[in-house]
Write a protein that binds this ligand. Structure first.
Ligand code: IPE
Ligand code: IPE
Ligand code: MG
Ligand code: MG
Length: 300
């Protein structure tokens, strides 16, 4: 079992690799502009880089170490995630003023710039994937599958549909099953895609990929259940974003349906299921196991 300090070192090393890869992409951009400044502002504000780290850990679990193509996929995943946060914070959605410990993009710049910076981050992500596929020695069908998987996860069969349902449910009461599907779409889909793409790049077998996908499904829901709990009792200074906003916007969340204690128990059960899905994997998947336990304990 990986001790917590080892997980911190594991995460720090991979986060640094992803951050360097992101910096290199922007260093290659011809000139600075307000749009690029806004994109970089949100991207470099200090996110946890959980999705890229899951992508790498998933590849490692089936025997591949971090390389250039994996890092390109990591950058694309983080750009899509960051764009989703920039848009999620907009006045028309959650209307939040603090993100990653900084004023949100629309507060620091303006609403139009934040919308456009989000659009540009999303489009840039797919340009990076297409270029990585074109430069790769591997067959193009693998890259097409990665692009299909990430676009499905990000769009109207994944994250955006989840966001739509999340907004549509404000002020209404929805069932536990409906809430689970909102969370699986708005947060789970991109987490699942991150794990799937890591395993695919590492040439995992269909059986390994299926098990990792089960791991990711449980983990993605657990991650959002904990996000809901932190919105009730988390420390905004640690989280880098405001608390209490879900109840202010009359969102149905796990704590609003089950209370905090039962929500924690539910998240723990989901993490147990995630660990069970990869129980037969060898110690190369220890980071995935440690990340699952970290998701339960996280404070930010
Ligand atoms: C926040 O995601 C939004 C959710 C989907 C719950 P993260 O908690 O991964 O945010 P960052 O990237 O660390 O800022
Ligand atoms: C964010 O969900 C999900 C996406 C951005 C796709 P939330 O709105 O619940 O997350 P926070 O609390 O703003 O980070
Ligand atoms: Mg939201
Ligand atoms: Mg939000």
């Amino acid at each position: 079992m990986i001790a917590m300090f080892e997980l911190h070192a594991y995460i720090a090393a991979r986060r640094a690799a992803v951050n360097t890869a992101l910096e290199e992409i922007f260093a290659g951009c011809p000139e600075s502009s307000r749009l690029l400044d806004a994109m970089k502002y949100s991207l470099t504000a200090g996110g946890k880089r959980l999705r890229p780290i899951l992508c790498i850990a998933s590849a490692e679990a089936v025997g591949k170490s971090i390389d250039e193509p994996i890092l390109k996929v990591c950058c694309a995943l983080e750009m899509i995630h960051t764009y989703s946060l920039v848009h999620d914070d907009l006045p028309g959605l959650d209307n939040d003023a603090l993100r990653r410990g900084r004023p949100t993009c629309h507060v620091a710049f303006d609403e139009a710039t934040a919308i456009l910076a989000g659009d540009a981050l999303l489009t840039m992500a797919f340009s990076i994937l297409a270029r990585a596929g074109a430069e790769s020695q591997e067959n193009a069908s693998k890259w097409l599958e990665i692009i299909r998987c990430i676009s499905d996860a990000a769009g109207c069969t994944g994250m955006i549909e989840g966001q739509m349902r999340d907004i549509a449910a404000e002020g209404k009461s929805i069932s536990k099953a409906e809430l689970a599907s909102v969370h699986a779409l708005k947060t789970g889909a991109l987490i699942r895609a991150s794990v799937f793409c890591g395993a695919l790049l590492a040439d995992g077998t269909r059986d390994e990929i299926a098990k990792l996908t089960r791991y990711a499904n449980h983990l993605g829901l657990a991650f959002q259940v904990i996000d809901d709990i932190l919105n009730v009792e988390g420390d905004p200074r640690i989280m880098g974003k405001a608390a209490g906003t879900d109840s202010a916007r009359m969102k149905t969340t796990y704590p609003s349906l089950l209370g905090v204690k039962k929500s924690r128990e539910f998240a723990a059960e989901l993490v147990k299921n995630a660990l069970h899905a990869i129980a037969l994997f060898d110690n190369r998947s220890d980071p995935l196991r440690a990340i699952a336990r970290y998701v339960l304990e996280r404070k930010r």
